[in-house]
Design a protein around this ligand. Structure first.
Ligand code: DP6
Length: 344
């Protein structure tokens, strides 16, 4: 009886165009980095959980200078294959650790994993505040370093396709600045990747409000699956996201900050509404999350242009412009502030 081929392995082979992966005989090594990103229009729900295909397109802003740097060494002259050693910020990770297993499973999709051993050192420069997701920058950096070390010469779009298989939001971490992950229509997933948007916004600030950075009770992968299958309100989500995406694109083109902020905040709250309306309910908020939302709303009532977004966790990410920074800092006190276009 022949085993059914793994659709993810097939997908990787299609993207790599097989010829580029044959005959690996020399050791390969390299280093690459990728930024974390924050979605202004969220990815929430998969239409295909195996190929990581989303229900809706999403739009993000990357935070250059914050993310993951990954060093890779691959050796063919070894009796063992696949991921053998993983260090995270200098500490070895045990093969029993879910982080090791997730990475090993991802690498196993690539022909090189059958032909040699991988040793990987990864460093996260992700601020501890606000629990920024390092899986997005992690998978993006890993694909970038493989592209470089194995000389695949894949375009950023193709790297985005591969990073998507590791974690959906990683598809957007190939780029600095704003990016759109296009949901795509094809069943084979070859049209579901992110592209960069040309707009820059030099005065844009992102403030990280730390409420709680401990491990969440339910991760985003399980959270979105549960919402898709058990929430009646979820039906309204794709339409909300589609509208938010078009409005955000227009706001970027016209550099209309109030529309950008309002749309991002509304989109995040709509996503959380679907989680809350799931049974059993998923509520990531803590009392301090709600208190921070109320501070944002009070600031706005006082004329300060500040908005928030939230991912699958209790922490807030504030969006404001440089001119409003003093008022926001005063209201929130100890705030980590990042400038996505500081170098633009
Ligand atoms: C709420 O990309 O972490 O942050 O594809 O299952 O790995 P998987 O999920 P992941 O989900 C991110 C969800 C989000 C919204 C977003 O970043 O768009």
């Amino acid at each position: 009886m022949t085993a059914t081929p793994d659709p993810r392995k097939q997908f990787v082979r299609q993207v790599l165009n097989q010829a580029q992966t044959l005959g690996l005989s020399q050791p390969a090594e390299g280093e690459a980095d990728a930024p974390v990103n924050i979605a202004l229009c969220k990815y929430w729900g998969k239409r295909d959980p195996v190929l990581n295909l989303p229900v809706n397109s999403s739009l993000s802003i990357s935070l250059p200078g914050f993310g993951t740097t990954t060093r890779l060494l691959w050796r063919p002259d070894s009796d063992v294959t696949g991921l053998q050693r993983l260090t995270l910020n200098g500490t070895p990770i045990s093969p029993e650790d879910p982080v090791f297993q997730r990475l090993a499973a991802f690498l196993a999709l690539f022909p090189a994993a059958d032909q040699g051993r991988f040793d990987i050192d990864t460093h996260n420069q992700v601020p501890t505040a606000a629990g920024l997701a390092s899986s997005a920058s992690g998978f993006a950096a890993l694909v970038k370093v493989m592209n470089q070390a194995f000389g695949w010469e894949l375009s950023q779009e193709k790297c985005s396709l591969l990073a998507r298989l590791g974690s959906g939001s990683a598809s957007r971490s190939l780029y600095d600045g704003f990016a759109i992950w296009h949901q795509g229509l094809r069943a084979d997933g070859l049209d579901s990747y992110a592209t960069a948007l040309p707009q820059v916004w030099p005065s844009l600030c992102v403030g990280l409000v730390e409420v709680d950075t401990s491990q969440k009770s339910i991760g985003s992968t399980a959270g979105m699956q549960q919402t898709v299958s058990d929430c009646d309100l979820y039906q309204a989500w794709p339409k909300q996201a589609q509208k938010a995406l078009s409005t955000l694109q227009l706001a970027l083109e016209t550099q209309d900050f109030a529309t950008l902020g309002k749309t991002a905040e509304h989109n995040a709250l709509s996503m959380h509404a679907t989680m809350i309306a799931t049974w059993p309910p998923i509520l990531y908020w803590q009392p301090q999350s709600v208190a921070a939302m109320q501070t944002v709303w009070q600031l706005r009532a006082d004329g300060v242009g500040v908005y928030f977004t939230m991912d699958a966790g209790p922490n807030l990410k504030l969006l404001f412009e440089e001119q409003d920074r003093p008022a926001v800092e005063q209201a929130f006190g100890n705030l980590t502030i990042l400038r996505p276009f500081a170098r633009a």
